[in-house]
Design a protein around this ligand. Structure first.
Ligand code: FAD
Length: 283
C-alpha cells in the first residue's frame, strides 16, 4: 500500500488531486481504529503530519480572528496564547481522550470524522467557525454550519484537504462542558459550548451528541442576550432556569448504547444553567 508523505501543502494538494481516493491521515486516532476494525479499506494514504502549513496557527489582531491549521493537535490547542484566544476550544481539547490521543489527534481529524460527539465541534459551531478547504482548484471557505451535514458526513469534496479554521476572538466568557459515563477517556453523551461577546451583547450556544449534527439554540441565545444585565454581568435564577429549559428543548436526542434521550436532554439543561452562571457570575 503506497503511503505518500508530502512536505508542503502544495505538494499535499498535488498528491491528493492525482489520487482522489487516497485516505488522508493526520494523527490516525480515528482512521486507524476504523481501518483496524475493517470499517474502511485503504488503497493508498496521504500522510499530512509533516505538512508545516497545517501544523501552525496565527492571529490577526486587527480582524480579531485566529486561524488554526487542521494539523494542530489538542495538546497545543489547550495551552499558551492559543488557549487564551480560544478558551472554549482549549477546554474542549482538555477533555479529549488521554495525553497520547491529545498529542496525536488533531482538529482537522475531528472535522474529518464529523461525529456529533466530536469535542471540538460544538465550539466551532458556537463560534461560527469558517472551515478552509484547499484543492487543485484553489481554496473555498464555508461556515461550519454548512460543513457538517449529518452523522459523520461533511461537505468536503474528493480532492479537498481541510487546511484549517478561522475563529473570531470574542470579548467575554466562553466554555465547554461534556457529560459521559466516566470522568476521563470518554466520548460525550451530551456536550455544550456557551460563548458570550460583551461588545456585541451576543450569546452563542451549541450542543453536541444530542442530534445528527451539532445544534445551535437560536431562541435560547436570543432570550439570554435580551434578558441578561450586561453592565453588571448578572442574570436572575428565573432567567437561568428559562434559558436552560430552552436549550434542553432545542436538543434532538436519541436513545442509544451510550445514554437515553431523556437523560441527554436533562444533562443539556444542567450544563446550560451552569454555563450561564459562569458567563454572568454576578447573579
Ligand atoms: C482512545 C481514543 C479516545 C478518543 N477520545 C475522544 C474524545 O474524548 N473526544 C473526541 O472528540 N474524539 C476522541 N477520539 C477520536 C479522535 O481522537 C478525534 O476525533 C481526533 O480529533 C481525530 O484526529 P486525527 O488527527 O487522529 O484524525 P485521523 O484519524 O488521522 O483522521 C480522521 C478522519 O479525518 C480525515 N482527515 C484528517 N485530517 C484531514 C484533513 N486535513 N483534511 C481532510 N480530511 C482529514 C481522515 O481522512 C479521517 O477520515 C478518541 C479516539 C481514541 C482512539
Amino acid at each position: 500500500m503506497p503511503v505518500l508523505v508530502p512536505r508542503s501543502l502544495a505538494e499535499a494538494v498535488q498528491m491528493v488531486s492525482s489520487e482522489p481516493s487516497a485516505l488522508l491521515l493526520a494523527g490516525g486516532t480515528d482512521l486507524l481504529v476504523e481501518t483496524n476494525s475493517g470499517h474502511r479499506t485503504v488503497d493508498s494514504v496521504v500522510a499530512l503530519d509533516r505538512v508545516p502549513e497545517l501544523r501552525t496557527w496565527s492571529s490577526d489582531r486587527t480582524a480579531r480572528t485566529v486561524f488554526v491549521g487542521s494539523g494542530v493537535p489538542y495538546s497545543e490547542l489547550m495551552r499558551g496564547e492559543l488557549a487564551a484566544l480560544a478558551p472554549a476550544l482549549a477546554q474542549a481539547s482538555r477533555t479529549v481522550g488521554s495525553p497520547q490521543i491529545r498529542h496525536a489527534g488533531t482538529l482537522g481529524g475531528n472535522l474529518g470524522t464529523c461525529s456529533p460527539a466530536g469535542d471540538a465541534l460544538p465550539v466551532l459551531a458556537a463560534l461560527d467557525a469558517a472551515v478552509h478547504l484547499v484543492s487543485a482548484s484553489g481554496e473555498r471557505v464555508i461556515p461550519f454550519s454548512a460543513f457538517m451535514v449529518g452523522v459523520k458526513r461533511n461537505a468536503r469534496a474528493p480532492g479537498e484537504i481541510i487546511s484549517g479554521v478561522t475563529l473570531p476572538v470574542l470579548d467575554g466568557w466562553q466554555g465547554y462542558s461534556k457529560v459521559g459515563v466516566r470522568n476521563a477517556m470518554v466520548i460525550a453523551t451530551a456536550s455544550s459550548c456557551l460563548a458570550v461577546d460583551r461588545s456585541q451583547r451576543s450569546v452563542r450556544v451549541a450542543l453536541g451528541s444530542v442530534g445528527p449534527v451539532i445544534l445551535r439554540c437560536p431562541e435560547a441565545e436570543g432570550f439570554l442576550a435580551r434578558s441578561a444585565d450586561w453592565e453588571r454581568e448578572s442574570v436572575s435564577d428565573d432567567i437561568v432556569s428559562e434559558f436552560a429549559q430552552q436549550c434542553a428543548a432545542a436538543a434532538r436526542p436519541i436513545d442509544d448504547h451510550r445514554s437515553t434521550a431523556s437523560y441527554r436532554r436533562h444533562a443539556i439543561g444542567v450544563m446550560a444553567a451552569r454555563q450561564a452562571r459562569r458567563a454572568f457570575p454576578h447573579g
